[in-house]
Design a protein around this ligand. Structure first.
Ligand code: DSN
Length: 480
Protein backbone atom coordinates (compact mmCIF):
# COMPACT_ATOMS: atom_id res chain seq x y z
CA UNK A 1 0.00 0.00 0.00
CA UNK A 2 1.46 3.41 -0.96
CA UNK A 3 1.79 6.18 1.62
CA UNK A 4 -1.05 8.05 -0.06
CA UNK A 5 -3.32 4.97 -0.02
CA UNK A 6 -2.55 4.47 3.68
CA UNK A 7 -3.39 8.12 4.39
CA UNK A 8 -6.64 7.90 2.42
CA UNK A 9 -7.66 4.67 4.15
CA UNK A 10 -6.94 6.13 7.53
CA UNK A 11 -8.76 9.41 6.72
CA UNK A 12 -11.94 7.61 5.67
CA UNK A 13 -11.83 5.04 8.47
CA UNK A 14 -11.50 7.78 11.06
CA UNK A 15 -14.11 10.00 9.44
CA UNK A 16 -16.58 7.10 9.50
CA UNK A 17 -15.88 6.57 13.20
CA UNK A 18 -16.63 10.23 13.87
CA UNK A 19 -19.89 9.97 11.87
CA UNK A 20 -20.83 6.73 13.65
CA UNK A 21 -20.45 8.45 17.02
CA UNK A 22 -23.47 10.63 16.09
CA UNK A 23 -25.57 8.56 13.67
CA UNK A 24 -24.20 5.04 13.13
CA UNK A 25 -26.82 4.26 10.47
CA UNK A 26 -25.36 6.94 8.21
CA UNK A 27 -21.85 5.56 8.71
CA UNK A 28 -23.18 2.08 7.90
CA UNK A 29 -24.98 3.30 4.76
CA UNK A 30 -21.80 5.07 3.63
CA UNK A 31 -19.78 1.88 4.03
CA UNK A 32 -22.48 -0.10 2.24
CA UNK A 33 -22.56 2.37 -0.65
CA UNK A 34 -18.84 1.80 -1.24
CA UNK A 35 -19.36 -1.97 -1.13
CA UNK A 36 -22.30 -1.75 -3.56
CA UNK A 37 -20.43 0.50 -5.99
CA UNK A 38 -17.39 -1.76 -5.79
CA UNK A 39 -19.48 -4.84 -6.50
CA UNK A 40 -21.61 -3.72 -9.45
CA UNK A 41 -21.16 -2.80 -13.09
CA UNK A 42 -21.93 0.91 -13.11
CA UNK A 43 -23.07 1.83 -16.62
CA UNK A 44 -25.14 4.94 -15.91
CA UNK A 45 -23.84 7.34 -18.55
CA UNK A 46 -24.01 10.36 -16.24
CA UNK A 47 -22.09 8.82 -13.34
CA UNK A 48 -18.41 8.37 -12.58
CA UNK A 49 -16.03 7.90 -9.65
CA UNK A 50 -14.34 11.07 -8.40
CA UNK A 51 -10.86 10.74 -6.91
CA UNK A 52 -10.37 10.52 -3.12
CA UNK A 53 -8.76 13.99 -3.28
CA UNK A 54 -11.94 15.41 -4.83
CA UNK A 55 -14.19 13.57 -2.37
CA UNK A 56 -12.17 14.58 0.68
CA UNK A 57 -12.17 18.23 -0.39
CA UNK A 58 -15.96 18.30 -0.03
CA UNK A 59 -15.94 17.32 3.63
CA UNK A 60 -14.69 20.57 5.15
CA UNK A 61 -15.76 23.70 6.97
CA UNK A 62 -16.09 25.60 3.72
CA UNK A 63 -19.59 24.11 3.93
CA UNK A 64 -20.27 26.45 6.85
CA UNK A 65 -19.66 29.72 5.01
CA UNK A 66 -22.14 31.97 3.25
CA UNK A 67 -20.65 33.71 0.22
CA UNK A 68 -23.42 35.14 -1.96
CA UNK A 69 -22.04 37.43 -4.64
CA UNK A 70 -18.83 37.06 -6.59
CA UNK A 71 -15.10 37.11 -5.88
CA UNK A 72 -14.25 40.38 -4.10
CA UNK A 73 -17.90 41.47 -4.13
CA UNK A 74 -19.77 39.45 -1.51
CA UNK A 75 -22.88 40.14 0.52
CA UNK A 76 -21.18 38.60 3.60
CA UNK A 77 -17.99 39.41 5.48
CA UNK A 78 -15.10 36.99 5.89
CA UNK A 79 -15.07 35.45 2.39
CA UNK A 80 -11.34 35.80 1.71
CA UNK A 81 -10.74 32.02 1.58
CA UNK A 82 -13.87 31.37 -0.47
CA UNK A 83 -12.51 33.99 -2.89
CA UNK A 84 -9.30 31.94 -3.21
CA UNK A 85 -11.30 28.78 -3.88
CA UNK A 86 -13.65 30.34 -6.44
CA UNK A 87 -10.79 32.14 -8.20
CA UNK A 88 -8.86 28.88 -8.56
CA UNK A 89 -11.88 26.90 -9.77
CA UNK A 90 -12.65 29.53 -12.41
CA UNK A 91 -8.99 29.83 -13.43
CA UNK A 92 -8.62 26.06 -13.92
CA UNK A 93 -11.89 25.98 -15.90
CA UNK A 94 -10.84 28.85 -18.19
CA UNK A 95 -7.45 27.26 -18.84
CA UNK A 96 -8.80 23.76 -19.33
CA UNK A 97 -11.55 24.73 -21.76
CA UNK A 98 -9.98 27.84 -23.30
CA UNK A 99 -12.99 29.86 -22.16
CA UNK A 100 -13.06 33.64 -21.79
CA UNK A 101 -15.02 33.42 -18.56
CA UNK A 102 -16.00 30.69 -16.08
CA UNK A 103 -18.57 30.70 -13.28
CA UNK A 104 -18.12 27.88 -10.78
CA UNK A 105 -21.10 28.48 -8.49
CA UNK A 106 -24.05 26.48 -9.96
CA UNK A 107 -25.09 23.60 -7.74
CA UNK A 108 -26.12 21.33 -10.62
CA UNK A 109 -26.56 21.20 -14.39
CA UNK A 110 -30.15 22.40 -14.15
CA UNK A 111 -29.00 25.35 -12.02
CA UNK A 112 -26.30 26.13 -14.57
CA UNK A 113 -28.95 26.16 -17.31
CA UNK A 114 -31.20 28.45 -15.27
CA UNK A 115 -28.30 30.85 -14.78
CA UNK A 116 -27.64 30.72 -18.53
CA UNK A 117 -31.29 31.45 -19.42
CA UNK A 118 -31.45 34.27 -16.92
CA UNK A 119 -28.17 35.81 -18.08
CA UNK A 120 -29.21 35.63 -21.75
CA UNK A 121 -32.53 37.33 -20.95
CA UNK A 122 -30.71 39.99 -18.91
CA UNK A 123 -28.08 40.58 -21.60
CA UNK A 124 -30.22 40.33 -24.72
CA UNK A 125 -33.60 41.67 -23.59
CA UNK A 126 -33.48 43.59 -20.32
CA UNK A 127 -30.24 45.47 -21.15
CA UNK A 128 -31.36 46.81 -24.56
CA UNK A 129 -34.85 47.56 -23.19
CA UNK A 130 -33.40 49.63 -20.34
CA UNK A 131 -31.21 51.50 -22.78
CA UNK A 132 -34.19 52.28 -24.99
CA UNK A 133 -36.16 53.38 -21.95
CA UNK A 134 -33.44 55.85 -20.97
CA UNK A 135 -30.80 53.70 -19.22
CA UNK A 136 -32.89 53.32 -16.10
CA UNK A 137 -31.81 50.87 -13.44
CA UNK A 138 -34.34 48.03 -13.24
CA UNK A 139 -35.01 48.98 -9.60
CA UNK A 140 -36.19 52.41 -10.68
CA UNK A 141 -38.82 51.29 -13.18
CA UNK A 142 -42.39 52.44 -12.71
CA UNK A 143 -45.10 49.78 -12.62
CA UNK A 144 -45.99 50.64 -16.23
CA UNK A 145 -42.33 50.35 -17.32
CA UNK A 146 -42.03 47.06 -15.53
CA UNK A 147 -45.18 45.71 -17.15
CA UNK A 148 -43.78 46.56 -20.55
CA UNK A 149 -40.38 44.97 -19.78
CA UNK A 150 -42.09 41.91 -18.32
CA UNK A 151 -43.93 41.45 -21.63
CA UNK A 152 -40.65 41.60 -23.56
CA UNK A 153 -38.95 39.16 -21.22
CA UNK A 154 -41.90 36.79 -21.27
CA UNK A 155 -42.25 36.83 -25.02
CA UNK A 156 -39.04 35.02 -25.86
CA UNK A 157 -38.49 31.85 -27.86
CA UNK A 158 -36.24 28.89 -27.25
CA UNK A 159 -35.41 26.08 -29.67
CA UNK A 160 -33.83 22.92 -28.23
CA UNK A 161 -33.52 19.19 -28.83
CA UNK A 162 -36.57 17.18 -27.81
CA UNK A 163 -36.37 14.88 -24.83
CA UNK A 164 -37.11 11.71 -26.78
CA UNK A 165 -34.41 12.54 -29.35
CA UNK A 166 -31.87 12.82 -26.53
CA UNK A 167 -32.24 16.43 -25.33
CA UNK A 168 -32.62 17.37 -21.67
CA UNK A 169 -35.72 18.42 -19.73
CA UNK A 170 -34.32 21.94 -19.51
CA UNK A 171 -33.98 22.27 -23.28
CA UNK A 172 -37.60 23.38 -23.65
CA UNK A 173 -39.53 20.26 -22.58
CA UNK A 174 -43.07 21.64 -21.99
CA UNK A 175 -43.63 20.36 -18.44
CA UNK A 176 -40.22 21.76 -17.38
CA UNK A 177 -39.77 25.41 -16.37
CA UNK A 178 -37.79 25.95 -19.61
CA UNK A 179 -40.92 25.01 -21.56
CA UNK A 180 -43.01 27.41 -19.52
CA UNK A 181 -40.77 30.46 -19.22
CA UNK A 182 -40.12 30.40 -22.98
CA UNK A 183 -42.26 29.89 -26.03
CA UNK A 184 -40.59 26.72 -27.13
CA UNK A 185 -40.14 24.53 -30.13
CA UNK A 186 -38.09 21.39 -30.36
CA UNK A 187 -35.98 19.75 -33.03
CA UNK A 188 -35.71 15.99 -33.21
CA UNK A 189 -33.61 13.54 -35.15
CA UNK A 190 -34.06 11.89 -38.50
CA UNK A 191 -36.71 9.14 -38.18
CA UNK A 192 -34.68 6.75 -40.35
CA UNK A 193 -31.14 7.24 -39.05
CA UNK A 194 -31.76 8.73 -35.60
CA UNK A 195 -29.17 11.40 -36.48
CA UNK A 196 -29.40 15.15 -36.07
CA UNK A 197 -30.30 16.83 -39.36
CA UNK A 198 -28.80 20.33 -39.44
CA UNK A 199 -30.97 21.36 -42.40
CA UNK A 200 -34.08 20.61 -40.35
CA UNK A 201 -32.68 22.57 -37.38
CA UNK A 202 -31.88 25.48 -39.72
CA UNK A 203 -35.36 25.44 -41.28
CA UNK A 204 -37.03 25.38 -37.84
CA UNK A 205 -34.79 28.16 -36.58
CA UNK A 206 -35.54 30.33 -39.62
CA UNK A 207 -39.24 29.89 -39.17
CA UNK A 208 -39.34 30.17 -35.38
CA UNK A 209 -36.60 32.82 -34.86
CA UNK A 210 -35.60 31.84 -31.32
CA UNK A 211 -33.75 34.10 -28.92
CA UNK A 212 -31.89 31.00 -27.70
CA UNK A 213 -30.79 27.99 -29.72
CA UNK A 214 -29.87 25.18 -27.32
CA UNK A 215 -27.51 22.43 -28.44
CA UNK A 216 -26.28 19.50 -26.38
CA UNK A 217 -27.88 16.33 -25.09
CA UNK A 218 -28.32 13.77 -22.34
CA UNK A 219 -29.03 10.68 -24.39
CA UNK A 220 -27.87 11.23 -27.98
CA UNK A 221 -25.07 8.81 -28.80
CA UNK A 222 -23.38 11.00 -31.41
CA UNK A 223 -21.18 14.07 -31.67
CA UNK A 224 -22.59 17.45 -32.63
CA UNK A 225 -21.06 19.95 -35.06
CA UNK A 226 -21.20 23.12 -32.97
CA UNK A 227 -19.72 25.28 -35.74
CA UNK A 228 -22.84 24.46 -37.79
CA UNK A 229 -25.10 25.18 -34.84
CA UNK A 230 -23.40 28.58 -34.43
CA UNK A 231 -23.90 29.33 -38.13
CA UNK A 232 -27.61 28.61 -37.69
CA UNK A 233 -27.79 30.74 -34.53
CA UNK A 234 -26.09 33.63 -36.34
CA UNK A 235 -28.43 33.35 -39.33
CA UNK A 236 -31.44 33.96 -37.08
CA UNK A 237 -29.83 36.25 -34.49
CA UNK A 238 -30.04 33.67 -31.69
CA UNK A 239 -27.70 33.16 -28.78
CA UNK A 240 -26.12 29.71 -29.01
CA UNK A 241 -26.18 27.95 -25.66
CA UNK A 242 -24.55 24.53 -25.45
CA UNK A 243 -25.25 22.17 -22.59
CA UNK A 244 -22.15 19.94 -22.46
CA UNK A 245 -23.02 18.35 -19.10
CA UNK A 246 -22.62 14.87 -20.53
CA UNK A 247 -19.54 15.24 -22.66
CA UNK A 248 -17.51 17.91 -20.83
CA UNK A 249 -14.88 15.25 -20.05
CA UNK A 250 -14.49 14.51 -23.75
CA UNK A 251 -14.02 18.24 -24.43
CA UNK A 252 -11.57 18.59 -21.52
CA UNK A 253 -9.70 15.49 -22.69
CA UNK A 254 -9.41 16.85 -26.27
CA UNK A 255 -11.43 14.05 -27.83
CA UNK A 256 -13.91 16.63 -29.10
CA UNK A 257 -11.92 19.34 -30.86
CA UNK A 258 -12.50 21.80 -33.72
CA UNK A 259 -16.15 21.90 -34.76
CA UNK A 260 -17.02 19.37 -32.00
CA UNK A 261 -15.67 21.56 -29.20
CA UNK A 262 -18.54 23.84 -28.14
CA UNK A 263 -16.44 26.43 -26.31
CA UNK A 264 -15.09 28.40 -29.31
CA UNK A 265 -18.51 28.36 -31.01
CA UNK A 266 -21.13 28.97 -28.30
CA UNK A 267 -21.91 32.24 -26.52
CA UNK A 268 -22.72 30.36 -23.32
CA UNK A 269 -21.76 26.79 -22.36
CA UNK A 270 -23.17 25.00 -19.34
CA UNK A 271 -21.99 21.79 -17.75
CA UNK A 272 -22.08 19.54 -14.76
CA UNK A 273 -18.79 18.65 -13.12
CA UNK A 274 -19.55 15.09 -11.99
CA UNK A 275 -20.24 13.16 -15.20
CA UNK A 276 -17.49 12.49 -17.74
CA UNK A 277 -15.52 15.36 -16.16
CA UNK A 278 -15.13 13.17 -13.03
CA UNK A 279 -15.41 15.92 -10.43
CA UNK A 280 -17.76 16.65 -7.54
CA UNK A 281 -21.55 16.82 -8.02
CA UNK A 282 -22.17 20.35 -9.33
CA UNK A 283 -22.49 22.70 -12.28
CA UNK A 284 -20.58 25.41 -14.09
CA UNK A 285 -21.12 28.07 -16.78
CA UNK A 286 -18.56 29.16 -19.36
CA UNK A 287 -19.24 32.25 -21.44
CA UNK A 288 -17.84 34.83 -23.77
CA UNK A 289 -16.84 38.15 -22.19
CA UNK A 290 -20.04 39.88 -23.30
CA UNK A 291 -22.21 37.48 -21.27
CA UNK A 292 -19.86 37.43 -18.25
CA UNK A 293 -21.39 40.34 -16.29
CA UNK A 294 -24.90 38.85 -16.38
CA UNK A 295 -23.73 35.28 -15.66
CA UNK A 296 -21.77 36.64 -12.72
CA UNK A 297 -24.98 37.82 -11.08
CA UNK A 298 -26.35 34.26 -11.12
CA UNK A 299 -26.07 34.22 -7.32
CA UNK A 300 -28.15 35.58 -5.67
CA UNK A 301 -30.48 36.32 -8.63
CA UNK A 302 -31.04 32.67 -9.57
CA UNK A 303 -28.93 30.57 -7.20
CA UNK A 304 -28.80 30.23 -3.44
CA UNK A 305 -25.46 30.74 -1.69
CA UNK A 306 -22.56 28.95 -3.37
CA UNK A 307 -21.45 25.59 -1.99
CA UNK A 308 -17.88 26.65 -1.28
CA UNK A 309 -16.77 23.16 -0.25
CA UNK A 310 -17.96 21.88 -3.64
CA UNK A 311 -16.32 24.77 -5.50
CA UNK A 312 -13.07 23.75 -3.76
CA UNK A 313 -13.57 20.19 -5.00
CA UNK A 314 -14.30 21.51 -8.51
CA UNK A 315 -10.91 23.27 -8.43
CA UNK A 316 -9.19 20.00 -7.45
CA UNK A 317 -11.02 18.00 -10.14
CA UNK A 318 -10.27 20.61 -12.81
CA UNK A 319 -6.60 20.55 -11.80
CA UNK A 320 -6.72 16.77 -12.30
CA UNK A 321 -8.38 17.18 -15.70
CA UNK A 322 -5.53 19.46 -16.80
CA UNK A 323 -3.06 16.57 -16.39
CA UNK A 324 -2.07 14.62 -19.54
CA UNK A 325 -3.48 11.42 -17.97
CA UNK A 326 -6.97 12.86 -18.30
CA UNK A 327 -6.64 12.98 -22.10
CA UNK A 328 -5.72 9.29 -22.10
CA UNK A 329 -8.76 8.62 -19.94
CA UNK A 330 -11.13 10.61 -22.18
CA UNK A 331 -9.92 8.82 -25.31
CA UNK A 332 -10.44 5.47 -23.55
CA UNK A 333 -14.02 6.50 -22.65
CA UNK A 334 -14.78 7.05 -26.35
CA UNK A 335 -12.90 3.92 -27.51
CA UNK A 336 -14.69 1.80 -24.92
CA UNK A 337 -18.07 3.09 -26.08
CA UNK A 338 -17.16 1.83 -29.56
CA UNK A 339 -16.25 -1.57 -28.10
CA UNK A 340 -19.53 -1.73 -26.19
CA UNK A 341 -21.55 -0.75 -29.27
CA UNK A 342 -19.73 -3.26 -31.49
CA UNK A 343 -20.25 -5.89 -28.80
CA UNK A 344 -24.02 -5.35 -28.98
CA UNK A 345 -24.17 -5.19 -32.75
CA UNK A 346 -22.18 -8.40 -33.20
CA UNK A 347 -24.76 -10.08 -30.94
CA UNK A 348 -27.68 -8.76 -32.96
CA UNK A 349 -28.89 -6.08 -30.54
CA UNK A 350 -30.44 -2.88 -31.87
CA UNK A 351 -28.85 0.50 -31.09
CA UNK A 352 -30.31 3.96 -31.63
CA UNK A 353 -28.30 5.53 -34.52
CA UNK A 354 -26.75 2.08 -35.03
CA UNK A 355 -23.73 2.97 -32.89
CA UNK A 356 -21.96 5.72 -31.00
CA UNK A 357 -19.13 8.19 -31.34
CA UNK A 358 -19.26 9.62 -27.84
CA UNK A 359 -19.57 7.92 -24.42
CA UNK A 360 -23.24 6.83 -24.72
CA UNK A 361 -24.79 3.68 -26.15
CA UNK A 362 -28.59 3.71 -26.37
CA UNK A 363 -29.89 0.17 -26.52
CA UNK A 364 -33.38 -0.34 -27.97
CA UNK A 365 -34.74 -3.23 -25.89
CA UNK A 366 -38.01 -3.60 -27.79
CA UNK A 367 -36.43 -6.34 -29.92
CA UNK A 368 -36.10 -8.39 -26.69
CA UNK A 369 -39.85 -7.91 -26.13
CA UNK A 370 -39.19 -5.68 -23.10
CA UNK A 371 -39.78 -2.12 -21.99
CA UNK A 372 -36.88 -0.07 -20.70
CA UNK A 373 -38.30 -0.39 -17.20
CA UNK A 374 -38.33 -4.20 -17.34
CA UNK A 375 -34.83 -4.31 -18.81
CA UNK A 376 -33.44 -1.87 -16.23
CA UNK A 377 -34.93 -3.91 -13.35
CA UNK A 378 -33.74 -7.28 -14.65
CA UNK A 379 -30.25 -5.88 -15.22
CA UNK A 380 -30.18 -4.49 -11.69
CA UNK A 381 -31.08 -7.94 -10.34
CA UNK A 382 -27.94 -9.16 -12.09
CA UNK A 383 -25.76 -6.37 -10.63
CA UNK A 384 -25.72 -4.23 -13.79
CA UNK A 385 -26.69 -0.63 -12.95
CA UNK A 386 -28.20 1.29 -15.89
CA UNK A 387 -31.08 3.66 -16.49
CA UNK A 388 -34.06 3.27 -18.75
CA UNK A 389 -34.39 5.94 -21.40
CA UNK A 390 -36.78 6.94 -24.16
CA UNK A 391 -35.86 6.19 -27.75
CA UNK A 392 -36.98 8.60 -30.51
CA UNK A 393 -40.81 8.58 -30.83
CA UNK A 394 -40.95 6.10 -27.97
CA UNK A 395 -44.28 4.20 -27.93
CA UNK A 396 -43.83 3.52 -24.20
CA UNK A 397 -43.39 7.17 -23.14
CA UNK A 398 -40.82 8.63 -20.75
CA UNK A 399 -41.72 6.49 -17.72
CA UNK A 400 -41.62 2.92 -19.08
CA UNK A 401 -39.56 3.70 -22.22
CA UNK A 402 -38.18 1.31 -24.82
CA UNK A 403 -34.50 1.93 -24.23
CA UNK A 404 -31.67 1.51 -21.80
CA UNK A 405 -28.95 4.16 -21.77
CA UNK A 406 -25.42 2.95 -21.09
CA UNK A 407 -22.22 4.94 -20.65
CA UNK A 408 -18.53 4.13 -20.34
CA UNK A 409 -17.08 6.92 -18.09
CA UNK A 410 -17.34 5.07 -14.75
CA UNK A 411 -16.01 1.65 -15.72
CA UNK A 412 -13.27 3.29 -17.78
CA UNK A 413 -12.16 5.04 -14.57
CA UNK A 414 -11.89 1.55 -13.04
CA UNK A 415 -9.63 0.50 -15.92
CA UNK A 416 -12.02 -1.53 -18.07
CA UNK A 417 -10.86 -1.78 -21.70
CA UNK A 418 -11.98 -3.27 -25.02
CA UNK A 419 -12.32 -6.92 -23.91
CA UNK A 420 -14.19 -6.08 -20.74
CA UNK A 421 -16.69 -3.87 -22.57
CA UNK A 422 -17.24 -6.56 -25.18
CA UNK A 423 -17.93 -8.93 -22.30
CA UNK A 424 -20.28 -6.37 -20.68
CA UNK A 425 -22.31 -6.42 -23.92
CA UNK A 426 -22.40 -10.22 -23.76
CA UNK A 427 -23.61 -10.21 -20.13
CA UNK A 428 -26.32 -7.63 -20.84
CA UNK A 429 -27.57 -9.56 -23.86
CA UNK A 430 -27.68 -12.75 -21.75
CA UNK A 431 -29.81 -11.01 -19.11
CA UNK A 432 -32.22 -9.56 -21.67
CA UNK A 433 -32.54 -12.82 -23.59
CA UNK A 434 -33.46 -14.54 -20.34
CA UNK A 435 -36.02 -11.95 -19.21
CA UNK A 436 -39.67 -12.36 -19.98
CA UNK A 437 -42.22 -9.55 -19.86
CA UNK A 438 -44.94 -10.13 -17.26
CA UNK A 439 -48.68 -9.65 -17.32
CA UNK A 440 -51.01 -7.35 -15.41
CA UNK A 441 -53.54 -8.67 -12.86
CA UNK A 442 -56.15 -8.43 -15.61
CA UNK A 443 -54.01 -10.67 -17.83
CA UNK A 444 -52.82 -8.01 -20.28
CA UNK A 445 -49.19 -7.24 -21.11
CA UNK A 446 -47.41 -5.43 -18.27
CA UNK A 447 -44.85 -2.70 -18.92
CA UNK A 448 -43.26 -3.14 -15.50
CA UNK A 449 -43.34 -6.74 -14.30
CA UNK A 450 -40.90 -9.33 -15.63
CA UNK A 451 -39.31 -12.66 -14.81
CA UNK A 452 -35.59 -13.26 -15.03
CA UNK A 453 -34.87 -16.96 -15.56
CA UNK A 454 -33.57 -18.72 -12.47
CA UNK A 455 -29.84 -18.78 -11.95
CA UNK A 456 -29.09 -16.08 -14.53
CA UNK A 457 -28.57 -13.26 -12.02
CA UNK A 458 -26.00 -15.28 -10.07
CA UNK A 459 -24.21 -16.37 -13.23
CA UNK A 460 -23.92 -12.77 -14.45
CA UNK A 461 -22.82 -11.53 -11.03
CA UNK A 462 -20.05 -14.15 -10.92
CA UNK A 463 -18.86 -13.20 -14.40
CA UNK A 464 -18.93 -9.49 -13.46
CA UNK A 465 -17.07 -10.13 -10.22
CA UNK A 466 -14.16 -11.59 -12.16
CA UNK A 467 -13.80 -8.34 -14.11
CA UNK A 468 -14.53 -6.07 -11.16
CA UNK A 469 -11.92 -7.82 -9.00
CA UNK A 470 -9.30 -7.23 -11.67
CA UNK A 471 -10.17 -3.51 -11.71
CA UNK A 472 -10.91 -2.56 -8.10
CA UNK A 473 -12.63 0.70 -7.29
CA UNK A 474 -10.37 2.94 -5.21
CA UNK A 475 -7.57 0.36 -5.10
CA UNK A 476 -5.65 0.78 -1.89
CA UNK A 477 -8.61 2.18 0.02
CA UNK A 478 -9.24 -0.18 2.91
CA UNK A 479 -11.72 0.74 5.61
CA UNK A 480 -10.98 -0.51 9.10
N1 DSN B 1 -29.56 13.28 -14.62
C1 DSN B 1 -28.84 13.61 -15.83
C2 DSN B 1 -28.56 12.41 -16.64
O1 DSN B 1 -28.62 11.31 -16.11
O2 DSN B 1 -28.24 12.54 -17.80
C3 DSN B 1 -29.59 14.59 -16.61
O3 DSN B 1 -30.22 15.49 -15.76
Amino acid sequence: MSDLDALTSSAYSQALEVIASVEPRIAAATRQELADQRGSLKLIASENYASPAVLLTMGTWFSDKYAEGTVGHRFYAGCQNVDTVETLAAEHARELFGAEYAYAQPHSGIDANLVAFWSILAHRVEGPWLEKAGSKNVNELTDADWESLRKELGNQRLLGMSLDAGGHLTHGFRPNISGKMFHQQQYGTDPETGLLDYDVVRAKAKEFKPLILVAGYSAYPRRVNFAKMREIADEVGATLMVDMAHFAGLVAGKVFTGDEDPVPHAHVVTTTTHKSLRGPRGGMVLATKEYAPSVDRGCPMVLGGPLSHVMAAKAVALAEARQPAFQTYAQAVADNAQSLAEGFKSRGAKLVTDGTDNHIVLLDVSSFGLTGRQAESALLDAGVVTNRNSVPSDPNGAWYTSGVRLGTPALTTRGFGHDEFDNVAELIVQVLQNTEAGTTKAGGPSKASYTLAEGVADKIKDASAEMLDKHPLYPGLELS
